[in-house]
Design a binder for this molecule. Structure first.
Ligand code: PHE
Length: 467
């Protein structure tokens, strides 16, 4: 085994790093808006149900596969199936998916960097103008920020699992939590905030439809970084004797709590500063909301706290979002790197450089997809809509493939590796697992109900996007 694999220093290190991956744009923006549009507490209940009964077992299965094999997704599927070509191919999907998701996540994170710079230099007012986002994402100066961001990400990854990924999460995750709590407390003291809380939390079961249920599951799955090979890889860096179910629970709780708190921040902020908010304007797309809508909300705070005050609040918020995006981005870029280290027997340094080159090759056209280049902007069309290169990558890998990878993990763990193998691995750090209710539930559901549900989500997404 390569000496460059690395390992987290402790259970806490693993929990923080995995939470760093899980907490991202999905928590801070998509979740609050989805919850408030789809029945408030009614949505929350459905979401929590999915986290506990569908996602939690899949998380445990992914982490256990990684820890058992001490490998990346390709290596893990291959090792547990005695080198079966079919399963190795499935493992490759588990590398390709994070590889491509990293491409468009990089582009969004670059925009965050640009926004941070703009706000810090007094440009909040410009950002609040509807037209700004469209011009900004088509400016060639984005490449400068792209280089800067890639420089940061790959420097962290050069530091390795303990010295890079874990260290970053140890600093950023507590900072993020404190910033989120302080900002939420500040917003909750404003007049009108109560309207936002009501809008967010009063349950309205009449809004719950099949599409909402489907959306809740996709969101839960995505938010926990499932189906991206991330937890398989992080599992491979997890201590042999550590307790998987317990640590996994901590990650799920941290991720869900941050999503919940983000709702307590964003919706009251929106209602406090614009009591006439038309709720239909709250797009579920995180991108539209963060980049076009929120700067307006922050700007309207100037009445209460002045322009500088409003800019400071906006800066804190965007820094928070940037931290969340950075830890997620680092986690996803690590997956192909771990594959190059394990499968191609590369040193970490070489693997990091290779991945930096590969990511840049794809991130450049994705950056040019929003108006900079006609070819990449009108790249293709399906489902009756013209799609850019950026849209294509996001639709295929982010929206569609995740539940499919989740499905294959369940089927693999249940029927190829078998639940006896899974149980043995989990029991190593949790002697009470054998015979427990959790074991009975996982053994039953992982090969039946859970993959069936994930398959339905996959098929309905295909139907919605492409047909
Ligand atoms: N879990 C992240 C979120 O909620 C999603 C993500 C993780 C995306 C890692 C990319 C990479 O936003």
């Amino acid at each position: 085994m390569s000496q460059d694999r690395g390992q987290f220093s402790s259970r806490l290190g693993f929990i923080l790093a995995a939470a760093g991956s899980a907490v991202g744009l999905g928590n801070l923006v998509a979740f609050p808006v989805m919850a408030s549009k789809n029945g408030g507490a009614a949505f929350l209940i459905i979401y929590l149900f999915f986290i506990a009964f569908i996602c939690y077992p899949v998380m445990i299965a992914e982490i256990s596969m990684g820890r058992k094999t001490q490998r990346n997704p390709v290596g893990a599927f291959s090792a547990l199936s005695d080198g079966d070509r079919k399963w190795r191919l499935v493992g490759m999907l588990g590398i390709l998916t994070p590889f491509m998701i990293a491409v468009f996540y990089t582009v969004i994170t670059v925009w965050l960097v640009v926004y941070l710079k703009e706000i810090a230099t007094g440009g909040l007012e410009t950002l609040a103008d509807e037209a700004t986002f469209g011009t900004l994402v088509a400016e060639p100066s984005l490449f400068g920020y792209l280089i800067l961001l890639l420089g940061i990400v790959f420097t962290i990854l050069l530091g390795g699992v303990k010295g890079g990924i874990e260290r970053l999460a140890r600093v950023l995750m507590p900072t993020l939590a404190v910033m989120l709590i302080l900002l939420t407390l500040f917003v909750l003291t404003l007049d009108g905030a109560v309207e936002g809380i009501k809008y967010y939390l009063v349950p309205d079961f009449s809004k719950v439809s099949l599409t909402v249920v489907n959306g809740a599951l996709s969101q839960a799955f995505f938010s926990l970084s499932l189906g991206m090979g991330i937890l398989i890889t992080y599992g491979s860096y997890f201590g042999r004797e550590d307790n998987i179910p317990q640590s996994t629970r901590m990650v799920a709780i941290a991720d869900t709590s941050i999503a919940f708190f983000a709702g307590l921040l964003i919706l009251p902020a929106i209602f406090a500063f614009d009591p006439n908010t038309n709720t239909d304007d709250l797009s579920t797309s995180s991108v539209g909301l963060i980049f076009s809508f929120l700067p307006k909300i922050f700007l309207s705070m100037q009445m209460a706290v002045g322009y500088t005050g409003a800019s400071i609040v906006a800066l804190v918020f965007f820094t928070l979002v940037f931290f969340a995006a950075l830890t997620s981005l680092v986690s996803i870029v690590e997956i192909p790197i771990s594959c190059w280290i394990d499968e191609l027997k590369m040193s970490r340094k070489k693997a990091v450089l290779l991945q930096a080159g590969l990511l840049a090759v794809f991130a450049i056209p994705a950056t040019m997809s929003l108006g900079m280049s006609d070819f990449f902007t009108n790249f293709t069309s399906y489902g009756g809509v013209t799609k850019s290169f950026f849209d294509l990558v996001s639709d295929v890998f982010y929206e569609t493939i995740l539940p499919l990878v989740g499905f294959t993990v369940c089927i693999f763990a249940s029927y190829r590796w078998k639940t006896s193998g899974l149980s043995e691995e989990i029991s190593k750090g949790d002697p009470a697992y054998e015979g427990s209710l959790l074991q009975k539930y996982i053994n039953f559901s992982l090969g039946t109900v859970i993959p069936a549900v994930l398959l339905v989500v996959f098929l309905s997404t295909v139907y919605q996007i492409y047909l």
